[in-house]
Ligand binder design. Structure first.
Ligand SMILES: [Cu+2]
Length: 199
């Protein structure tokens, strides 16, 4: 047995030079095939990431890559901060939609939502399309206990409306407001926005 192994191995050694050439060639081929596969995979990702033609609904949290993520336990916001920029007092109310998501593995209850000022309202919009009544500042209207469940991976929108005329001329200048979402997953999630109200 030992002898036959030795013979086989000497046969292989005899063919070593051409084998090396051949293997270098196949390595190059593999590289080219590999590069082709990467292009195909990247192309696939780009196609997947592109919005459907004519799709009017906003992109989902998962497919959007901008913004600084915020978190309160398992309740996440794609971005917790927004700036309206300069908005005229006479221009009417402005709206911003924050995306929130249950990033955990257990259901979360949205217990209560409220805003930091009477010029600002916030409404929960579920992925089903169900929109809850907007809530405002505690003491300026009723803040209901919601106990609204969000399943793991479920996304929702917090639709925030700011009225730049709510404070009259006294409200002209830079403003900062916060929407607080009390939930069963941890500390409250806070969504903030800024604006500069002009006359
Ligand atoms: Cu206000």
């Amino acid at each position: 047995m030992n002898k036959s192994v030795a013979i086989k191995s000497s046969v292989s050694m005899g063919k070593a030079a051409p084998a090396a050439k051949k293997s270098r060639f196949s390595a190059n081929t593999k590289l080219i095939i590999g590069a082709g596969a990467v292009v195909v995979v990247l192309g696939g990702l780009i196609i997947v990431a592109m919005p459907e033609p004519g799709a009017s609904k906003p992109a989902t949290v998962a497919s959007r890559s901008t913004g600084s993520p915020g978190t309160a336990g398992a309740l996440n916001a794609l971005a917790t901060k927004f700036n309206f920029g300069s908005i005229p007092m006479s221009g009417g109310k402005v709206t911003h939609r924050y995306w929130i998501r249950n990033a955990g593995t257990q259901p979360i209850l949205i217990r209560k939502m409220y805003t930091s000022c009477m010029c600002t309202t916030a409404a929960l919009v579920k992925s089903s399309g169900k929109k809850f009544d907007p809530v405002g500042m505690p003491g300026h209207g009723y803040i209901p206990t919601m106990n609204e469940p969000m399943a793991p991976n479920e996304e929702a929108i917090i639709e925030v409306v700011f009225d730049p005329a709510a404070h009259g001329p006294a409200g002209i200048g830079p403003i900062d407001r916060v929407v607080t979402i009390e939930n069963s997953a941890g500390r409250p999630l806070e969504l903030a926005f800024a604006a500069n109200v002009t006359p």
